[in-house]
Design a protein around this ligand. Sequence first.
Ligand SMILES: *Cc1c(COP(=O)(O)O)cnc(C)c1O
Length: 384
Amino acid sequence: MKFGTKVIHAGVTPDPSTGAIMTPIFQTSTYVQESIGVHKGYAYGRSHNPTRSALETNLAALENGTDCICYASGLAAMDAILKLFKPGDEILSTNDVYGGSHRLLTKIYDVFGLKGSFVDMSEAASIEAMITDQTKLIWVETPTNPMLNIIDIKAVCEIAHKHGVLVCVDNTFSSPYLQTPLDLGADMVTHSATKYINGHSDVVHGCVITSNPELAKRLRFIQNAAGAIPGPMDCFLVLRGIKTLHLRVERSCQNAEKIAAFLVDHPAVSKVYYPGLAEHPNYDIAVSQMRAFGGMVSFDLHANSYESAEKILSNTHLFALAESLGGVESLIGHPASMTHASIPREDRLKVGLTDSLIRLSVGVEDVEDLIEDLAKALATIKPS
Ligand SMILES: *Cc1c(COP(=O)(O)O)cnc(C)c1O
């Protein structure tokens, strides 16, 4: 089955008791048993829920995996993954990993003896020197946030597996429509389904997908034992959002490409970060592992100041000033004061994350309107 068919049909069958074509919201905590220990595979809501099962089957199919386990948020999914490891184990992560993932590793799990180390993975070769006997997992996120660097998933997996190390890819920024890391060798894929997968900015949700039966078994055990499950209503909403994943992401990518081209030519803009630009340092890797280049675009201004960025952020009307990404509506953000405020300024500047860097999550509106909105906002600052 191809992707556009899978999003609609995988895991979804008409309800046998009523014929309802849409998966019902099984809003129940428990299930009546025929006699002691005799039930229909559902005994208690933390362990199993039919709405959640349908979503898990669907997501496993989208990532070309055999198993999916869903959680209450993207970070709850990461939390479950980290529970696979034990004190003394080391997790090697990309240095521009999502801030919440960095916080979970360094502020929660370090107390329990897990060591997080961080390296720039846009040069896959620099990873090997960082692997020690304790390294058990490599955590990849690509494209990265907000600099939109691309990491060569296949190359990372080859290096990791040579050393017996597992690889997990946070695929939130791409969605399975654009790239399927399990096909490139990854052992696990995780998502903040809050973003593109749900796509309508009305749910917080996470998942892990794998084809490794041992990992799947342990993750299911952790899901049931630790209990960070999503509610049935949220699973229903994510399953509904997924039905248009391919259409939404395709339109976002088309819009983002046009917006990136508009920004490249704009006199007030000094630099555009978008993996679909031929001058992007990892353009070739993006072409090889992604179907299109995503809906995220970052750019910097010649007027290199917080004030000029603020002027643009307060003068767009369609692009709403907000955290998050991947919804149908376009968002604009200021990484230095929003998502990346906890990173020291010197460290931010080293990777190009300046006070004037602006990040766009391009939605599925008509691109002419989005470009006009940006043009008007950019006209409020003087080109230098
Ligand atoms: C948002 C996000 C997360 C965290 O997901 P939540 O659903 O907010 O818990 C993890 N990774 C990336 C790349 C994200 O953008």
